[in-house]
Design a protein around this ligand. Sequence first.
Ligand SMILES: NC(=O)c1ccc[n+]([C@@H]2O[C@H](COP(=O)([O-])OP(=O)(O)OC[C@H]3O[C@@H](n4cnc5c(N)ncnc54)[C@H](O)[C@@H]3O)[C@@H](O)[C@H]2O)c1
Length: 352
Amino acid sequence: MKKVSVHASKEYDVLIGAGLLETAGEFAKKVVGTGKSAIITDDIVNTLYADKLTYSLEKSGFTVIKKVFPNGENVKTPENTFEIINFLAENRFTRSDTVFALGGGTIGDLAGFASSVFLRGINLVQLPTTLLAQVDSSVGGKTAVNLKAGKNLAGSFYQPDLVLCDTDTLSSLPENIFNSGCAEVIKYGVIASKELFEKLKDGTKNDLEQIIAECVQIKSDIVSVDEHDRGLRQLLNFGHTAGHAVERFTDFAVSHGEAVAIGMVIASCAAYKSGYCEKNVYDEIKALLVNYNLPVSTDLTVEQLLDSALSDKKREGATISLVIPEYIGKAVTKKVSITELADFFKLGKQVE
Ligand SMILES: NC(=O)c1ccc[n+]([C@@H]2O[C@H](COP(=O)([O-])OP(=O)(O)OC[C@H]3O[C@@H](n4cnc5c(N)ncnc54)[C@H](O)[C@@H]3O)[C@@H](O)[C@H]2O)c1
């Protein structure tokens, strides 16, 4: 088992290893004490893992209730946030009781947001079950739901009390969903670690626990410096500006990780054509994404890519922060106007 500690407004541990669902109750008890617990999950994860978690929590002295949502991005709504809040209130939860978010990034974001507003903040344990959620969304405290106007537009910064990444859960992931998580892993390599990027050329399966720990460490280091996304943390948005547009205009048929893969190719293609990096940076990023069967282009027009950027949270007044790779292992942010962004996307869309 590996442990990464996050030093943000709340200090907490991320534990990574096999079999952690079986011992979740014991680990959680040490951090939040026992009391009432609410498992929030989706229908697929419920069938696979909720009994195991329930058993572990009850064995450690928690009482357990559960709310199950349909799987998929469309559950990230304000309405479902209130479903959870009302569910907790009806069951007389107090601030010393705990929400257990069991699932991928959609459940983590939804349950995390509800936990942050119920009683102005209730205990939260994240139990991510997708690769994407283990390396990214469960750590760092960003929670959000989608509005009609765009993705993740209502949310909060709310750090969990504990994150338990049970690597056994990844074995039941369909290949495309596993690969979707690999897009975020590749992102970490591009923005912060050439060594990780190189290692990914040999696949992930033999060294998964270590790879997850490396990604979490990178995220922890960034969040510890810039919890509220004012500077350094924006590097984690590499590929996300165009990616969010792809997700939205395909009505989430293209998953978050796949959309980020497309976004990274657009950003790196435009970066090399604008002279920010060498062509080989773009070539290497694209080739690695292709190795993981990830998509690398989109039919969306530049106008569609821009439309989403206009309501993007990263926009500050007339400018938007773009993340640009300089070389593998280092990226920088650059503030650009919407006109400059249009030109950038135009270059980036001409994928070679
Ligand atoms: N908060 C953040 O910092 C942050 C960062 C990155 C992404 N996100 C968000 O994360 C979401 C995407 O997360 P995701 O890719 O995990 O998607 P997801 O949660 O929708 O999960 C994808 C699918 O996998 C299924 N699944 C989950 N675990 C499984 C398992 N162990 N075995 C079999 N099936 C399983 C789910 O039921 C679902 O159908 C997006 O909403 C994105 O915006 C948030």
